[in-house]
Design a protein around this ligand. Sequence first.
Ligand code: S3P
Length: 429
Amino acid sequence: MRNICVESIKGGFNLELTDIAPDKSISHRCAMFSLLSDRTSSIRNFLRAEDTLASLSIAKKLGAKIEDKGIEIKITPPSKLQEPDDILDCGNAGTGMRLFCGLLAGVEGSFVLTGDNYLRSRPMKRVTAPLQSIGAKIDGRQNGNLAPLHIRGRELKPFSYESPIDSAQVKSAMLLAGLRADGKSRYKESFLSRDHTERMLRGMGVEIETDDEGWINITPPSKPLKPLDIRVPADPSSAFFFAVACAIIPNSRVNIIDVTLNPTRIEAFKVLENMGAKINYYLKEDIYEPIGDIEVIYNGELQGIEVSQKIAWLIDELPALAIAMATAKGVSRVSNAKELRVKESDRISSVVKALRACGIDVEEFEDGYAIKGGKFKRATINSFGDHRIAMSFAIAGLLCAMEIEDIDCVATSFPNFFDILSQITEIAQ
Ligand code: S3P
């Protein structure tokens, strides 16, 4: 277990960020969706982090041929997905495990999905129950709620499913199952979660449309899907750590290059803007996703804010946003965010404990927290093995130095995070 000490900086920084980690959600989907075509997909800028490499290695175990040419990865699917001779290890990745459940539920064969000790304690019933209701045979500990999960692929029924939670992982698992069902299916959520699956499948030729009432209608394809030809944009959730750094450190500016501007992913930037940071968005292209640059400029002390809406659009950024809230004037409050409790750690509890260690006044609620803006003091922070907690408090370290324990988890999503952080500390000394 590695720890790190982040040193505080005295001045601001001005950086063009061209090396933010590629998008994790899109990279997972590239590894998986390539299996749905009959031709070779070309993926540029694939995220080489533990979570997404686990998905790529599962694609290989299912029979795909992977040619790694450095900046490009070519994935050629087998003519029929193979039954692997070993377990499929998703590592720390909830997205990997939940989406593979949907992808494999209708594939002939026996598949065992497992993961690390954190993933094996996260709830899977949210995908296994709706999949079971359409005929999937999936079992696991606690009646199919905990991995390892065993899937015995078989024929699936078409469905009309209204999800009780707004989750892109549940939605994607069901849509992937819908591709193999015996007829048209439909899926509805009360608030649109990130929509990479819909966009990418549509780009591959799937008939998938959302009607006026919010039902996503999906038709199983009658012919193999087109391969992916994609350059993965930078991940806004990873970029957001540096947006927060910029918003809280006087005389700072960052320009984040080629990041997805998908509205379901950049809500946290909008909140930071409403707190007072100056943010500009520059749309450059629209292939599968809108992609462009985001410029963040320090604009004085931030103001406290209430966040209770569009939670699915900023769920992953809430830990980093908590750092901005802790420096803001007045009280900020996050509510309707109970989902935070079942992420890589219980992020309500992790954020509250870590902020308290830094001398910040926080009140904990079942569905969020209230943070009174104050002054950070140097502390030792337990990451609870959660990459976003480790990176958020490393950013707070720029203000007052911070010891972060157990930083290995950062490699699950953003292996070069500390390299970029040290560029900032070097520039700003
Ligand atoms: C993801 C969806 C989100 C997000 C996760 C990645 C995805 O989870 O928190 O990091 O790629 O579909 P939920 O949709 O389950 O909230």
